[in-house]
Ligand binder design. Structure first.
Ligand SMILES: Nc1nc2c(ncn2[C@@H]2O[C@H](COP(=O)(O)OP(=O)(O)OP(=O)(O)O)[C@@H](O)[C@H]2O)c(=O)[nH]1
Ligand SMILES: [K+]
Ligand SMILES: [Mg+2]
Length: 368
């Protein structure tokens, strides 16, 4: 059997050789589809010795959210972990000082955020170089990727890392494509565009679907800007992960003010120097913001709310999620809830399980 990595290389080479124009776009679409399938195969855990597989490091999730520190070697990931948590992770000037996942806990806003220090990754990580695949698997389990970059190194480092994560299906700061796909048992293909598409047509989708052996399905493309890459992401949705990412440039003590100013203006970006303790607290605040956690306060009937301890829930949480967070079986005896705060139309408002809460709401659960 030809090695999957070799097959991937072959397709990538062919794509590079192929001129991009109207006549070749169907063929390129097909190649992209094949590439996506091979890359997914590469990450599948395979039995047998020496194969590395797709398994991550054995660190259990804890706390209210998980943040993964991802970056090239010696950018300062471990230095940062040791600065913001009580955990000490060894830092040194040589590459690959960190060889496994080191978890630390960041306490902020009443929440406990697990920060995962990871080994540095290098180009080719997605194909299994170094601990690449394990690091990437760990990143996939996180709620936020903190991409640590060295401000003194060449600018391409960011794009290189993004490409590695992209190759294994991690989509940073992106929403899932607005395309509906339902695979069916019979009836052929039904492809509909809600508005005239700019980069797609029926034949392109048809070709890729056939290549994936999806012959019966319903497709509704709702976004006129959708591309064939978006469509492939929808087909491969079980292998795709949409994660927020904050780019953090460390070592700003060693660059010019002018360059620093330029970096800081990039979107989703923060700058810091762990060595001089510059900007580190700001990065912590940005982590909190990017995680979009909410603080709720609970109140017993006839008592004042308990503001000493917040209940941390994710954004877009309902009363049902709140119940689950308090106790696994609370839902079963739930009668109604009273809510004070921004989510209540009038205070207090009596609500059911589907009510969506807002940050800093006070909630009182009434059981049967
Ligand atoms: N100038 C400067 N050096 C820093 C800064 N932060 C960390 N370093 C140095 O950068 C080197 C690498 O730091 P580490 O924390 O080991 O980097 P890492 O990303 O964990 O490295 P690996 O685990 O090998 O991937 C060390 O010598 C640190 O002292 C900083 O803000 N400025
Ligand atoms: K290092
Ligand atoms: Mg390290």
């Amino acid at each position: 059997m030809v090695n999957i990595t070799e097959k991937i290389k072959e397709i990538e080479d062919e794509m590079r050789r192929t001129q991009k124009n109207k006549a070749t776009e169907y063929h390129l679409g097909l190649l992209k589809g094949k590439l996506a399938r091979l890359r997914a195969q590469l990450l599948e855990p395979v039995g047998g010795a020496g194969s590395g597989g797709g398994a991550g490091f054995d660190v259990s999730k804890s706390g209210d959210a998980r943040v993964a520190l991802v970056g090239f070697p010696s950018v300062g990931k471990s230095t940062f972990l040791s600065k913001i948590t009580k955990t000490k992770s060894e830092a040194a000037s040589y590459s690959f000082t960190t060889l496994t996942a080191i978890p630390g806990v960041l306490e902020y806003g009443g929440a406990e955020i697990q920060i995962l220090d990871l080994p540095g990754i290098i180009e080719g990580a997605s194909e299994g170089k170094g601990r690449g695949r394990q690091v990437i698997s760990a990143a996939k389990t996180s709620d936020l990727v903190l991409m640590i970059l060295d401000a003194t190194k060449r600018a391409e480092q960011r794009a290189l890392l993004e490409a590695e994560l992209d190759a294994v299906g991690i989509r940073l700061n992106k929403e899932p494509p607005n395309i509906y796909l339902k695979v069916k048992k019979a009836g052929g293909m039904k492809i509909t565009f809600q508005t005239p598409p700019k980069y797609l047509d029926e034949k392109m989708l048809y070709n890729v679907l056939r290549d994936y052996k999806i012959l019966n399905c319903e497709v509704l493309v709702r976004d006129e800007h959708a591309t064939i890459d978006d469509f492939i992401d929808v087909i491969m949705k079980d292998h795709r992960k949409y994660i927020r990412c904050l780019y953090v440039y460390n070592k700003i003590d060693s660059v010019s003010l002018e360059f620093l100013d330029q970096l800081a203006r990039e979107p989703h970006t923060a700058v810091m120097s762990c060595e001089l303790d510059l900007g580190v607290q700001e990065v912590v605040e940005r982590i909190w913001k990017e995680l979009r956690l909410m603080r709720l306060y609970t109140k017993r009937k006839g008592e004042v709310p308990d503001f000493s301890e917040a209940l941390i829930v994710r954004r877009d949480s309902s009363i049902e999620d709140v119940c689950d967070q308090i106790h696994r079986t609370l839902k079963d005896t739930f009668k109604y809830a009273m809510v004070w705060g921004a989510s209540a139309r009038h205070v207090p408002q009596r609500v059911g399980l589907s009510h969506m809460v807002a940050d800093e709401d006070v909630v009182s659960i009434v059981a049967k």
